[in-house]
Each structure stands twice: as structure tokens, then as C-alpha cells.
Ligand binder design. Structure first.
Ligand SMILES: [Fe+2]
Length: 287
């Protein structure tokens, strides 16, 4: 059986994990949840003040907040050995972390990154995925944040958590503008770019292939949801992509053909230009 996480490409000293869920804060809880229900096929259920959204290989939690943004991200670890290694790595780096068990994980560790995003890494509770209203494949795969201090964020993710940098985007002055980081054989599961504010930029669903992107476009068309950017192909990660907007204005990406890397891959440096973001045409330079 093929391992879901692709741990072969990750050494013992590096983190192996996959994105499990995102908790998104929103000032318009019901509007957002309903949108994700029809756009991404999520089944919705109330959980106190929050709304849980679940479909096959994807989970979101919407939490009422006065300002939109990321509340927390949950990452699934393959086994208790990986959790033990992560705890040891955090302790060695002198980073505060708390043991936790919650609705998603039987055992785990909670940390805050330098921008204050809450991150939980744990052993997922067994769960049966509900029927998928969209009926199309889309695995929650990565998210990207804007940050005023990307260097500190990258140091935290690499030295504290054990992520590995796959590619950087570097401007003409030699300054790193974006860093793509992995915690499996997939090119990136997280990225951070330099901006004048700290915020969630987008989250992404990896689908199976080019034809599945077509099917998602047809599905969005039926739902009267316009494609905002793409189809295109990113430089770093080499993935095909389309983007839509949710009602809060967060970008949502559907991707395919994301690069699978081997563990000795050299960190790439891409120029900070439109072609890097989209080899096929127009780009939105947000950093
Ligand atoms: Fe992305």
C-alpha cells in the first residue's frame, strides 16, 4: 500500500506530517459555512459557537470572530514516535509547547508560531468521512500565510517544528520574499511570504489530475462561483491551479500535479516575478 504521507522522503530528524484541518475565524459564520457547503461539498454541523465542516479528506472549523483570519491549524502525525520526536525537537529549540488532546487528536502538542497562529500536531481520532456533496476529489493539502517577519516564521517552522524548505522566491536585492516548506514528499504543505501584515492568504485542496480541475470548474460554474485566477501553473511546486474567493475574500485553491520531491533535493531559488507565480500568464504578486 502506498503511504499516504510519503514518509520515505523525510529523514528521522525532519518532521513527517500532513495538514489535517484548519480553523478559520469569520465575522459572517453562517454565510461562510453555507458557501463551503455548496462550493466544496462540506457537510456542516453545529459545535457550540462553531460550525464544523467535514468531507472526504478535508475538514474545516468556522469560528465566529470580529475579524476574518486563521485561528488554528491541525497537522496529523503518522504515529506516536513522530510525536515523541516533535516534542523532543521543540524542547531542544527551547520553544514553549503544551500537551493536548481534543476533538481531532487523541494525543498531541500545541504551539504558537511567531505570528501567534495556533498549531496543533497530533494523532488523529478515527473518523468516517461523510458523503461528499460535491462528489469530487479534494484533499486539504496546504495553506499559506502573509507575514511581516517571514525569516522568524521560517526559522520556527524549520528549526522548531522540523519542516524542510523546498524553494525560496528571492528578489533582485537578494531578499527572500516567499519560502515553501514541506513535511512529506509533497513539495510544500505550508508557505510564508513577506507582506506588511500577518494574515491567512489561502488554503489549498489537492485533486487528482487536470481533468478533475476541469470538473471542479464545471462544479463552480453550476454554483455561480467565478474562477478568480487560473487555470495556471505555479513555478515552485510545478502544480496546476485555479483559485476562487470565499465570502470573506480568502483565496481558495484547487491544485493538481504538485511536485513530489526526494529527500536530498537542493533548495531552489526562484526570481520574484510573475512567471514564478504563474508560468502560463498573469500573476497576483502579493508579497
Ligand atoms: Fe497554494
Amino acid at each position: 500500500m502506498k503511504p499516504e504521507i510519503g514518509g520515505d522522503a523525510i529523514g528521522e530528524d525532519r518532521l513527517t506530517a500532513r495538514l489535517h484541518h484548519l480553523e478559520i475565524g469569520t465575522p459572517q459564520l453562517d454565510v461562510m459555512a453555507a458557501f463551503y457547503g455548496r462550493a466544496l461539498g462540506y457537510q456542516l454541523s453545529r459545535d457550540g459557537e462553531a460550525i464544523k465542516a467535514i468531507a472526504d479528506k478535508r475538514r474545516l472549523i468556522f469560528t465566529p470572530r470580529p475579524v476574518k483570519g486563521l485561528v488554528s491549524a491541525g497537522w496529523a502525525l503518522p504515529d506516536s514516535d513522530e510525536l515523541r520526536r516533535l516534542r523532543a525537537r521543540l524542547s531542544r529549540a527551547g520553544l514553549a509547547h503544551t500537551d493536548t488532546a481534543d476533538a481531532a487528536f487523541t494525543d498531541g502538542v500545541r504551539v504558537a508560531d511567531p505570528d501567534g497562529n495556533r498549531l496543533v500536531f497530533g494523532l488523529p481520532r478515527p473518523e468516517t468521512a461523510p458523503a461528499d456533496a460535491a462528489g469530487l476529489p479534494a484533499r486539504l493539502q496546504h495553506f499559506v500565510v502573509a507575514s511581516r517577519q517571514p525569516d522568524r516564521m521560517v526559522r520556527f517552522f524549520v528549526e522548531g517544528l522540523g519542516f524542510t524548505v523546498s524553494d525560496d522566491v528571492v528578489d533582485e536585492a537578494g531578499e527572500k520574499r516567499t519560502s515553501f516548506m514541506r513535511c512529506s514528499a509533497e513539495h510544500h504543505s505550508f508557505a510564508v511570504f513577506k507582506a506588511d501584515q500577518d494574515r491567512l492568504d489561502h488554503h489549498c485542496y489537492e485533486t487528482t489530475d487536470w481533468n478533475a480541475i476541469r470538473d471542479w470548474c464545471d462544479h463552480f460554474a453550476e454554483q455561480h462561483i467565478p474562477i478568480q485566477w487560473g487555470p495556471g501553473r505555479h513555478g515552485p511546486g510545478n502544480n496546476l491551479f485555479i483559485f476562487i474567493h470565499d465570502p470573506d475574500g480568502n483565496w481558495v485553491e484547487v491544485s493538481a500535479e504538485l511536485e513530489i520531491v526526494d529527500k536530498d533535493r537542493i533548495v531552489g531559488a526562484w526570481p520574484h516575478e510573475e512567471r514564478t507565480l504563474n508560468g502560463w500568464g498573469k500573476a497576483y504578486l502579493r508579497s
